[in-house]
Write a protein that binds this ligand. Structure first.
Ligand code: ARG
Length: 642
């Protein structure tokens, strides 16, 4: 194929040969895969082990000091003295231009990539592919539905929705980068008795004008007020002992209204539809600030009565439900699964429930979208609910439920409140963080005047603070929401990453070298940092010379580490798509930016002679590109100045 041809021709110019590609590898897109293929084929030749087994036995090394890839020899299923074998293999192993050294460590073999090769090959690869560097057609031809955010109309947008939005947005971008067709879906909480209550409340307290201008806030306010009325009514009934009157009480009116909705009453549905449509309109804008655009605004209301009837019928046919005082429930214990308890699937008055709607929605989505995978990004608090409905689908005979449905869960956010009070809406969070960021930016008056659109920059930097704080830990862990910590440019924060990006941008601006020049820059170590011989020829005093050689060694070590980190980006994306952990990518971006900072400290760009300047700039530009790509996958817009 043409991909392989371009790979070979690129390698040709470095006088390297492309090793045979092992199935499942993407050597053209991922240079670590290229090296894996090389190592696996050589290992196979030396030991007789099947090359694909050798390929699968290659593991990452956690720190660069231990190499780039590691093979635990026991995984090759070889017999005999493996320690001796490791030594023997390390000695014999042909480096072939891809490797710098192979080191035996007990029963392990450590492989160190050749930085000379990486510098010449990967830096250009990044600069050529630009925003596509890291992508890979891993999921080509496959479709995934990702359901995330899913707030409830007229109720607060709480931390759980925030995390679902952030993690789901990330996963959508990630899958897209990896070649999947992604359907982003928002499953709104837009059905249930509370909409009867909301309608009654709107009659009493609502304002058309406010509904139009700020629907989400207004519906929430109305909902809060009418709930207070209901509470007062109940207290009154308790006190006086006079039971609530179905006809004249707020609660009764709400019930009646929702009943009309469920029966398809046009007028009742009209009002609810307006609430829904206006809320969605507003949501679209807010999500856009987070770079999220949904393909589908679905919701609990969209699960039709026919579908619910069908679910009910199938549950009966498969003998999964038992009747209990007019209601229908599933008793998992009777089905041999103690841990899942019991769950109600239909109330005695015939109305449907959250879980029943989830069953129907899943079946409908499978039939409509023919997905290969569907991911639900929902808080761990709903673990049981999700396990129950996944399992019920399986028991109903939908075999895809077992392999194709995935719950990506996450822990709690503790102490999330604005400086004024409790956070209620996504917009509030974004506005607060924006003004806090603006305040911080204003402290550096000189720099501040250089920023073209400070409001826009503050918005982007602020959002990155919230997003990075959310994604830097393992998603299952709870975390403490802290304005101070997340807004600091010191330590591992969103503003720190933005700062690194804007700094790299400023290096590029200051050098002002045409892109084409960077693509042909000489990225040999000799040109980038120089050689010992060059230093020795300077004829310096011994002490001075020793100092210079020291600096040279440091520069070299920094540059080599930097490019070794750079090359692993495509692998990081692939790994993140397996564990569905945003922290995999966030941690990587911090590692990359830290290494950039420490390299830049010892490797200046401006003021160097043209040839050297261009090579160093090419290296740092490729770092900027990868940082930019990574931030975008996270859903963050990198800034050029801040
Ligand atoms: N609206 C729900 C809530 O706020 C979340 C919906 C999750 N998705 C689902 N398919 N059940 O709790």
């Amino acid at each position: 194929t043409s991909a392989v041809d371009t790979l070979s021709s690129k390698l040709d110019s470095l006088k390297l040969q492309a090793p045979p590609a092992i199935q499942g590898s993407f050597p053209d897109y991922n240079t670590v895969d290229l090296c894996r293929n090389y190592i696996a084929n050589q290992l196979s030749e030396l030991t007789g082990v099947d090359a694909s087994i050798a390929y699968q036995s290659l593991e990452w090394s956690l720190v660069l000091e231990n190499g780039d890839l590691i093979v635990p020899l026991p995984r090759l299923r070889l017999k005999g003295d493996l320690v001796a074998l490791a030594k023997e293999l390390a000695e014999k192993f042909p480096l072939g231009g891809y490797l710098k050294k192979v080191h035996p460590e007990g029963k392990f073999l450590q492989f160190f990539f050749n930085p000379e090769f990486l510098l010449k090959y990967v830096v250009k690869d990044v600069l050529e592919r630009k925003q596509d560097f890291g992508s890979c057609p891993l999921g080509k031809g496959k479709r995934v539905v990702i359901e995330f955010s899913s707030p409830n109309i007229a109720k607060p947008f709480h931390a759980g929705h925030l995390r679902s939005t952030i993690i789901g947005g990330f996963l959508s971008n990630l899958y897209e980068r990896l070649g999947w067709e992604v359907i982003r879906m928002n499953y709104l909480g837009d059905w249930g008795k509370q909409f009867g209550l909301l309608a009654v409340g709107f009659e009493k307290y609502g304002s058309e004008a406010e509904l139009e201008s700020n629907p989400i806030q207004h519906l929430f306010d109305v909902y809060v007020r009418i709930n207070q009325d209901v509470k007062a009514e109940e207290e009154e009934a308790e006190k006086t002992g006079v039971p609530l009157d179905e006809a004249s009480s707020v609660d009764g009116a709400a019930r009646a209204f929702f009943k009309r909705m469920e029966q398809g009453d046009k007028q009742a549905l009209g009002l609810w539809e307006k609430f829904r449509a206006l809320s969605i309109e507003k949501y679209i804008d807010t999500y856009a600030r987070l770079n999220i655009k949904y393909d589908v605004y679905s919701g609990e209301s969209q699960v039709s009565q026919e579908l619910m009837d069908r679910v009910q019928k199938e549950l009966q046919e498969k003998k999964l439900v038992t009747e209990d005082r007019g209601a229908l429930l599933i008793d998992f214990k009777q089905l041999g699964e103690k841990k899942l308890g019991k769950v109600l699937v239909q109330k005695s008055d015939g109305t449907s429930l959250y879980i029943t709607r989830d069953l129907g929605a899943a079946i409908e989505r499978k039939e409509k979208y023919h997905f290969d995978k569907m991911i639900y990004v929902i808080a761990s608090q709903q673990d049981l609910h999700v396990r129950q409905f996944f399992r019920i689908l399986e028991k109903m005979g939908y075999s895809w439920a077992k392999d194709e449905l995935l719950h990506v869960n996450f822990g709690l956010v503790l102490g999330m409140s604005t400086r004024k009070g409790t956070v209620v809406f996504l917009d509030d969070i974004l506005e607060t963080v924006k003004s806090a960021t603006l305040e911080i930016m204003q402290k550096n008056a000189e720099k501040f005047t250089l920023v073209e659109d400070p409001e826009a920059v503050a918005d982007l930097v602020g959002i990155s603070a919230v997003m990075i704080q959310d994604m830097q830990g393992k998603r299952n862990n709870n975390y403490e929401f802290s304005w101070d910590r997340m807004l600091s440019t010191e330590g591992d924060t969103g503003p720190y990453l933005q700062y690194a990006h804007s700094r790299l941008r400023s290096i590029e601006r200051n050098c002002n070298v045409a892109e084409e020049k960077l693509l042909v820059a000489d990225l040999s170590i000799e040109n980038l940092v120089g050689t010992e011989d060059q230093v020795k020829q300077l004829g310096l005093e011994p002490a001075e010379q020793a100092k210079k050689l020291d600096i040279l060694a440091t520069q070299r070590e920094k540059v080599e580490s930097l490019v070794r980190i750079l090359v692993s980006y495509p692998d990081i994306l692939r790994y993140a798509s397996k564990n569905h952990e945003p922290s995999t990518l966030v941690t990587y971006l911090f590692k990359l930016t830290h290494q950039f900072s420490s390299t830049y400290k010892v490797l200046r760009v401006m003021g160097e002679k043209e040839q050297v300047l261009e090579a160093r700039l090419a290296l740092f530009s490729s770092v900027r590109q990868v940082l930019n790509n990574g931030l975008r996958v996270l859903g963050i817009t990198p800034v050029d100045r801040m």
